[in-house]
Design a protein around this ligand. Structure first.
Ligand code: AMP
Ligand code: ZN
Length: 111
């Protein structure tokens, strides 16, 4: 989508350090980290909400979660991590392109 910040990052119009990329997704560091390690896994298909999910998007997200699990060591998250997917206004979603937060690198509290 033209004006979506994450689509711009995926297209390379906004620079980012990519820790992983393939045909389904990219993994970048969050610009405002909420933990010692804070990554964003951003699927390459633009959609905002889980409620928009169809079979194809469900398969895409399945692959994203499988790849996140496989990347755990490489991302420095071997001792565990937290996944957050904010949804809509009350969920605190500021970017309307579905993305998966990966938080770790330290013992997380506050949940
Ligand atoms: P959410 O609030 O769940 O929509 O998460 C959006 C996240 O994107 C926030 O944690 C922001 O810090 C992060 N963010 C926004 N712009 C960028 C950017 N250019 N590069 C990396 N992370 C970003
Ligand atoms: Zn987008």
């Amino acid at each position: 989508m033209k004006d979506c910040i994450f689509c711009k990052i995926i297209r390379g119009e906004i620079p980012s350090e990519r820790y992983y990329e393939d045909e389904d997704m990219i993994v970048i560091k969050d610009i405002e980290p909420k933990a010692k390690l804070h990554y964003l896994c951003i699927p390459k298909t633009h959609f905002a909400l889980l409620s928009e999910m169809d079979g194809e998007k469900a398969e895409l997200l399945k692959r994203c979660f499988e790849k996140i699990a496989a990347l755990q060591e490489k991302l420095g998250l071997r001792d565990g991590y937290r996944i957050i997917v904010n949804q809509g206004e009350n969920g605190g979603q500021s970017v309307r392109h579905l993305h998966i937060h990966l938080l770790g690198g330290e013992k997380l509290t506050g949940f």
